[in-house]
Design a protein around this ligand. Structure first.
Ligand code: 6R9
Length: 705
């Protein structure tokens, strides 16, 4: 399967789906075509951190990692208590640090960390840092959609803003344990709103401000919030999105099921839309700027139990209703902070930028909580990474002297297509020079060609920026294929910055398998080794643990502080989805291979894997930019699969797909591909979470090409 990708220079991405129910039957080795797999030679390709990097790193060697890891496994209570003690606790947790049952055969699943300890995560993110002397340090740099729009908040200013909103929320009757839905774009008000809820013990549920009214209504109905916080509109790239209208429609819809929301606090996002043009429902809708600034800069903290809920975040289930993943306070706090610190080798002088939206778990743990708990300076970016041009990211990196840059493979790949030195281009140009000289071109003609070449090189979207400040790069969301890894490493990071390929999930709260830059040699495309306290196991289809070099289903043995505690209102679904498939373990839903050196290679969701059982295989194929799709190519693709894997695996249908339906975080929505394949076009359902919904129409048009 790997050869399918590496042997054809024309193929950028192959995606297979079938209509078969998942989980049944034997897994064929077709899963080897899942993006992110690497060939044997690629696996052996080690990239070492420089001596200079390792010597200054928090975990400077793999021996040190192993020593810390062993302690975290042998004495989890001691290991995590030592770390937790670095935070502020109003009252320390009692003797027992954690209790757990991950074995469904032994009774209900239960995970608790630091229960009985009393704390507040907002206090630990903001007040504690101010007390430690960081009041004047920048907490948030905000960079707007359009270049030139920006803002800054120090830790002291952040505290003021959080307290004002917290006071307002208390005033309208939001109490400890109440839910608040936040439907905001990446304005500073988004982390502020999360922290304000946490300060008063309210449970926030951030809904990504790209979700449709229907999805928002579904979430509102599920968690029954006391208030919804939104803004009137936002600009993404050149487009204006009228968020308030979406909220209005969602509230009408939720009211039909008897769930009415009393307050809709609306931030006026002046750069996108004036308040006069905003639809308004008197009595329910309130302008943020009319009320919030009137409240005092201080607000008493609501001290909560470590096991009190902190937030709900909905993730789409493979069937129907989204799952409300519930995280609690104490364990999540300790875990988000520690994973951030180690995976990015955080130093107080760092400037950190994560391109994720707070509507995603990455934005919870690694825009808001993890960095702020470490007293870090965080860049919050409102816009689109390729607006006004594909150099925007590097422009931002240079502007703020970003040292730690964390993003998704989908972004890396799209920027890779548009920028960076093209080696084939260089080769071609050198060849042209050679031809010109051979054919007697004059000196000036050759010089002119070289000058054009240099110009093209320096105007490349990446290389025209310095990026000197960068120290560590990060990747999340899906496997990063080795060629994208190398481009990220060589071109963006100038072969200087280790890449932390962080494997984790909404459910896990923080990183699970990730390199610690400085500790290990890296293999492009591998997430490497488990974080402290994490025990990954690979099981076969019977749920039997397999050791050594192997591949199978990725499970986790024993709990970690950041684990989710339940699915809101449906503990049974929690147990059925995650703990019943392989009794005794938490099942991640992902496939994984462990190589001979113990490195982990994530192969993607196992429900994306093909079980070849009588139904047809339908392949969506994306070609390298500029390569035309032809009948000849179609045949050669089918022949390649026949030859490399077997006739049983040959696709019955090849569908040329210049683009695939992807979420903003880069996950392919296979549900939609499946509907297109089976021509159930009236059942496409909600496509509003797609990064670019127009690809769906394009795919439908190309169906019979
Ligand atoms: C953080 C996040 C979780 C799923 C996960 C896996 C995929 C995430 C990955 C990765 C390979 C990585 N995934 N990071 N696969 N390598 N570094 O993305 O959470 O949105 O819940 O998605 O994403 O399949 O199971 P979430």
């Amino acid at each position: 399967g790997n050869n399918l990708i590496t042997s054809s220079n024309h193929l950028r991405h192959v995606d297979f789906i079938t209509n078969l129910p998942s989980g049944a039957g034997k897994i064929s080795h077709l899963n080897a075509v899942v993006l992110g797999e690497a060939s044997a030679s690629e696996q052996a390709d080690l990239v070492l951190p420089s001596q200079q990097f390792s010597s200054q790193a928090l975990v400077p060697s793999h021996q040190k990692y192993l020593e810390m890891y062993m302690r975290s496994i042998q004495d989890p209570a001691g290991f995590w208590s030592d770390i937790a003690s670095q935070f502020y606790w109003k009252q320390k947790w009692p003797e027992q640090v954690f209790s757990e049952n991950l074995d469904i055969r032994k009774g209900p699943i239960k995970i608790e960390w630091f229960k009985g300890g009393i704390t507040n995560i907002c206090y630990n993110c903001v007040d504690r840092n101010i007390e430690a002397g960081l009041g004047h340090k920048v907490a948030l740099y905000w960079e707007g959609n359009g270049p030139g729009f920006d803002d800054t908040l120090t830790y002291s200013q952040l505290l003021h803003r959080v307290c004002q909103l917290a006071n307002y929320l208390k005033d309208i009757g939001v109490k400890r344990g109440d839910a608040v839905v936040i439907y905001l774009p990446m304005l500073m008000e988004l982390p502020i709103a999360m922290l304000a809820c946490a300060r008063i013990g309210a449970v926030h549920s951030v809904v990504f401000a790209g979700f449709s009214a229907e999805s928002l209504a579904q979430r509102i109905v599920d968690c029954k919030p006391k208030a919804v916080i939104t803004c009137n509109a936002v600009k993404r790239g050149p487009k204006i999105i009228h968020l308030k209208e979406i909220v209005d429609a969602a509230l009408i819809q939720s009211a039909k099921t008897g769930i009415s929301v009393d307050v809709c606090l609306t931030y006026e996002n002046q750069s996108a839309m004036k308040r006069e043009s905003t639809n308004w429902q008197e009595g329910r809708d309130v302008w943020w700027s009319d009320v919030v600034p009137k409240y005092p800069y201080t607000c008493e903290v609501e001290w909560v139990d470590a096991e009190d809920p902190l937030f709900l975040l909905y993730t789409s289930g493979s069937t129907g209703k989204p799952k409300g993943v519930l995280h609690t306070t104490g364990g999540y706090m300790v875990y988000a902070a520690t994973t951030f610190k180690h995976a990015f080798d955080y130093k107080p002088s760092d400037i950190y930028w994560c391109t994720a939206d707070c509507g995603w778990i990455t934005g919870h743990s690694y825009v808001t909580y993890g960095p702020l708990l470490n007293g870090a300076t965080v860049v919050v970016f409102e816009g689109a990474p390729n607006y006004p041009d594909p150099g925007r990211c590097w422009d931002i990196v240079d502007k703020y002297k970003v040292t730690l840059f964390y993003t998704a493979p989908t972004l890396v790949r799209s920027l890779m297509r548009e920028g960076g030195v093209s080696f084939s281009g260089c080769f071609l140009s050198v060849y042209c020079c050679f031809l010109m000289i051979r054919d007697g071109a004059c000196f000036y003609e050759v010089i002119l060609l070289i000058a054009i070449l240099i110009f093209i090189t320096i105007t490349q979207y990446v290389t025209r920026y310095s990026r000197k400040s960068l120290r560590v790069l990060g990747s999340v969301g899906e496997p990063i294929n080795p060629s994208a890894w190398r481009w990220f490493y060589n071109v963006v990071g100038d072969s200087r910055c280790p890449i932390s390929d962080t494997w984790w999930q909404t459910e896990t709260g923080g990183f699970m398998i990730t390199p610690l830059p400085g500790a290990w040699p890296q293999k492009p495309g591998s997430a490497t080794f488990p974080f402290f306290g994490v025990q990954p196991v690979i099981v076969d289809e019977k749920g039997v643990e397999i050791g050594g070099e192997c591949s199978g289903y990725l499970c986790l043995k024993s709990s970690w502080p950041g684990a989710f505690r339940t699915l809101y209102g449906d503990h049974e679904r929690y147990e059925t989805t995650y703990f019943k498939p392989f009794p005794g373990y938490y099942f991640s839903g992902d496939g994984c291979r462990r190589d001979k050196d113990g490195y982990h290679w994530l192969t993607g969701r196992v429900d994306d894997v093909i079980n070849v059982k009588g139904q047809g295989i339908y392949a969506f194929v994306t070609l390298v930019e500029g390569v035309p799709y032809s009948e000849e190519l179609r045949k050669s693709l089918i022949m390649t699969v026949r030859k490399q894997i077997g006739a049983f695996a040959a696709p019955d249908k090849i569908h040329w797909a210049p683009g695939l339906p992807k979420t903003r975080s880069g996950k392919i929505m296979r549900r939609i591909l499946r509907k297109i394949a089976s021509r159930q076009l009236d059942e496409l359902e909600d496509t509003s979470t797609l990064a670019d919904p127009t690809v769906v129409h394009q795919l439908i048009e190309l169906a019979d090409c």
